[in-house]
Design a protein around this ligand. Structure first.
Ligand SMILES: *[C@@H]1O[C@H](CO)[C@@H](O)[C@H](O)[C@H]1NC(C)=O
Ligand SMILES: *[C@@H]1O[C@H](CO)[C@@H](O)[C@H](O)[C@H]1NC(C)=O
Ligand SMILES: *[C@@H]1O[C@H](CO)[C@@H](O)[C@H](O)[C@H]1NC(C)=O
Ligand SMILES: *[C@@H]1O[C@H](CO)[C@@H](O)[C@H](O)[C@H]1NC(C)=O
Ligand SMILES: *[C@@H]1O[C@H](CO)[C@@H](O)[C@H](O)[C@H]1NC(C)=O
Ligand SMILES: *[C@@H]1O[C@H](CO)[C@@H](O)[C@H](O)[C@H]1NC(C)=O
Ligand SMILES: *[C@@H]1O[C@H](CO)[C@@H](O)[C@H](O)[C@H]1NC(C)=O
Length: 305
């Protein structure tokens, strides 16, 4: 009788400790975020309350997530910003899916060694997403971002003098600005010529100043990167005498940049159907070539200069 009682209470104690352990898994909340932001196909079986039991993930003995191996899973959706809280994450495979949106910051992940995101539809990598300082991501060896839709200027300087990084793949994206030149001699970079939207093929050579003006305009008006209909940052020949800019329906919410006035060959400027605040800068009267200015359907006030 006494033995049975002991046994029952032991089972009871054990089951309590298991459920407490499951609930207090340090990475549980982040994994729920990840599950919510991805469109998870049924075959993945991500329904157990304990994320360590899910398929395609591996946890350490203390229940922290170390591997996410979701390559070739027909996944759609985006990645949640909380990913950077997976403090023991070492390997992340997401290649050959259809994930989109920005690559969230990974700066806190000091055990992260391998990040393979090839052949998805990621669109943007914030400049400080990977290396905010020399100590962040100090274990990273392989960063593969080939065949995505990354736009913007690649943050080259964060990759020089990186202690462990040996492989970086940027081929087949929409990256802009100068073609990155890395000084890190340990680093093998796959950045096939012509497979991005760099303004020049020469490594490290600065873009035409007008391209930089365009980037400053796009940035100050709240575009993540250049998304205008005119792909002129890719074509220097046209940028020399850029005649038209169309910035319609891009959700822009920054002030109309006075730097448009520096594009002296501008004939038409269309920034309609955004959420632009403030007033129309008086500098816009400077390009004497300007013939058409469409600022309709915004939140502008004041008078037209
Ligand atoms: C890219 O991913 C898609 C699935 O999203 C797959 O069908 C295709 O074969 C992959 N391409 C390569 C080159 O692996
Ligand atoms: C880089 O990514 C491309 C896909 O865009 C792929 O074809 C190529 O093999 C990758 N390079 C390396 C070194 O893995
Ligand atoms: C790389 O090295 C060159 C020559 O030593 C130097 O001019 C350049 O500024 C360096 N680039 C970076 C990003 O540090
Ligand atoms: C205008 O361009 C200058 C550099 O030419 C830059 O420093 C400044 O931030 C730009 N201003 C805006 C509003 O884009
Ligand atoms: C654009 O500028 C380039 C270089 O200044 C010039 O050769 C070309 O003729 C110009 N094109 C037009 C259409 O004005
Ligand atoms: C827009 O311009 C106004 C007035 O010049 C300024 O107070 C405000 O900070 C600007 N907004 C942005 C997002 O730059
Ligand atoms: C801009 O917004 C107006 C008013 O909502 C609408 O009638 C017009 O079709 C929009 N233009 C474009 C190009 O979507």
């Amino acid at each position: 009788m006494r033995a049975i009682y002991l046994c029952v209470s032991l089972v009871f104690v054990l089951s309590i400790s298991v459920s407490v352990q499951t609930q207090s898994r340090p990475d549980a909340a982040v994994m729920q975020d990840l599950k919510a932001s991805l469109v998870i196909p049924k075959h993945l079986k991500w329904s157990d309350p304990d994320a360590c039991q899910w398929s395609h993930v591996i946890c350490s003995d203390n229940g922290q997530l170390t591997n996410i191996e979701l390559q070739d899973q027909n996944l759609k959706g985006t990645l949640p910003p909380s990913l950077e809280k997976l403090s023991s994450l070492a390997v992340m495979h997401l290649e050959n899916n259809q994930l989109m949106g920005p690559i969230p910051s990974l700066v806190g992940l000091r055990y992260l060694q391998v990040v393979i995101f090839d052949n998805d539809s990621f669109s943007y990598m914030p400049p400080d997403a990977l290396f905010s300082d020399i100590c962040s991501l100090s274990s990273l060896e392989d960063l593969s971002l080939g065949h995505n839709k990354l736009t913007g200027i690649f943050p080259v300087s964060s990759f020089d003098n990186h202690p462990k990084l040996t492989t970086l793949n940027l081929t087949n994206n929409l990256l802009q600005g100068p073609t990155p030149r890395f000084n890190n001699s340990k680093l093998t970079v796959d950045i096939r010529t012509g497979s991005n939207s760099f303004c020049l093929d020469d490594l490290g050579l600065a873009c035409d100043s007008r391209v930089n003006i365009l980037f400053s305009i796009a940035e100050s008006m709240g575009a993540e990167s250049w998304k205008g209909n005119d792909p002129c940052p890719t074509c220097l020949g046209e940028i020399r005498n850029i005649t038209g800019i169309s910035f319609q329906i891009l959700g822009l919410s920054g002030n109309i940049s006075s730097n448009f006035s520096m594009l002296t060959s501008l004939k038409y400027l269309i920034v309609s159907n955004n959420s632009l605040p403030g007033t129309i800068p008086s500098e816009l009267t400077t390009p004497s070539s300007l013939q058409t200015l469409d600022v309709s359907n915004n939140h502008l006030h004041g008078r037209v200069p």
